[in-house]
Ligand binder design. Structure first.
Ligand code: NAP
Length: 310
């Protein structure tokens, strides 16, 4: 199966490439803006593309031409993980966010349509603004999104292309991800591990709740999608709803660090766009249809932290 991955230099994309490249049934092609040291490997082929300035249909033709030039005539599946993922970055540069999260997603959906490929689009829990807060058990696929930030608005508009272009595929709406180091920036636990090793205080919002998902659980979900090819919208989340300090506590306990270094503060004090209070997701549909069961948070954290001690 020829699988194309976008955002391979990112946290999720990096983990995805590391896991799938060892499997014989996949020929992996990673679309990347740059060519990184870590990306060099024999079975994942890295194809470069520039910053998108063209229209989505021109860009999709360019990607198809690029694939053809590299001898790739068929693409069976695409995992579209690339995004401008910085909450405040999107707010500061809404046009860049529009290009990355909306136009690029349209271009990739057109590429999927061209090849008749199965598309997996990675979206976010933040399409809900958490106001009112998530219902007991979390937001489900039938709840109506109400994004309040540029990041979330552009990600939601990206979701619509999978639907509007009638692409065969799924939208995976994902909760806050955590995991071991991967990608250009090292991933979300990197800065916490650094702070702990230098005995620095870490701030955590006492009024923000999430259902964090272990990144390798998401990789498993993606593998199941590639195998079973479900259709439609799925919420992907861990089974525990925690506040930021509770999440931080699990990390500190696993590191054997002093929990007094965790400093509670309010998300209302943070600069930039208003951060949603509670965007917990309910992953029951995923559990029922794909037989997915999430790794418990404390286990996922301890598995993640092993990656920092190698
Ligand atoms: N991390 C989370 O907690 C979380 C939660 C929910 C949903 N998600 C979604 O999951 C996906 C992966 O997130 P992540 O945490 O792996 O993000 P990440 O580490 O920031 O990686 C983002 C990837 O997208 C690429 N990218 C950024 N801007 C781009 C642009 N303008 N054009 C093309 N590529 C661009 C980056 O390439 P460069 O290296 O070249 O910049 C990188 O490969 C995203 O779709 C995100 O919205 C993430």
């Amino acid at each position: 199966m020829n699988v194309l991955i976008t955002g391979a230099s990112g946290f999720l994309g990096g983990h995805l490439v590391q896991t799938l490249r060892g499997q014989k049934q996949f020929s992996l092609y990673a679309l990347d803006r740059h060519y990184y040291e870590f990306a060099h490997c024999s079975v994942a082929n890295y194809l470069l593309y520039g910053e998108m300035q063209k229209s989505p249909s021109e860009f999709s033709s360019e990607i198809v031409d690029g694939l053809t030039r590299n001898g790739i005539q068929a693409v069976d599946a695409i995992v579209h993980s690339a995004a401008m993922s910085s909450f405040s970055g999107c707010e500061d540069q809404p046009e860049a966010a529009e290009r990355a999260n909306v136009h690029f997603t349209e271009a990739i959906s057109r590429v999927a349509k061209h090849y008749g490929a199965y598309l997996i689009y990675i979206s976010t829990d933040l399409v809900f603004d958490g106001c009112p807060a998530a219902p007991q058990g979390g937001f489900s696929e039938t709840d109506v999104p109400n994004p309040s930030s540029v990041y979330a608005q552009t990600k939601l508009r990206g979701e619509r292309f999978v639907e509007e272009l009638s692409v065969n595929g799924v939208v995976l709406r994902v909760s806050l991800l955590y995991g071991g180091p991967a990608g250009r920036n090292g991933g979300p636990l990197h800065w916490i591990v650094s702070a702990v090793s230098s005995n620095s205080k870490v701030k955590a919002f006492v009024d923000e709740w999430r259902t964090p998902l272990y990144v390798l659980d998401l990789v498993t979900i993606i593998e199941r999608c590639l195998d079973m090819k479900p259709f439609g919208l799925f919420h992907c989340a861990g089974s525990e709803r925690v506040s930021r300090p509770e999440f931080m506590k699990v990390i500190f306990q696993s590191l054997g660090a002093d929990e007094a270094l965790i400093e509670g503060c309010s998300r209302l004090e943070a600069s930039g766009p208003r951060r949603p209070e509670d965007v917990s997701l309910c992953a029951q549909r995923l559990q029922g249809e794909l037989g997915f069961s999430p790794t418990p948070l404390s286990q996922g954290i301890s598995l993640s932290l092993r990656g920092f001690h190698r």
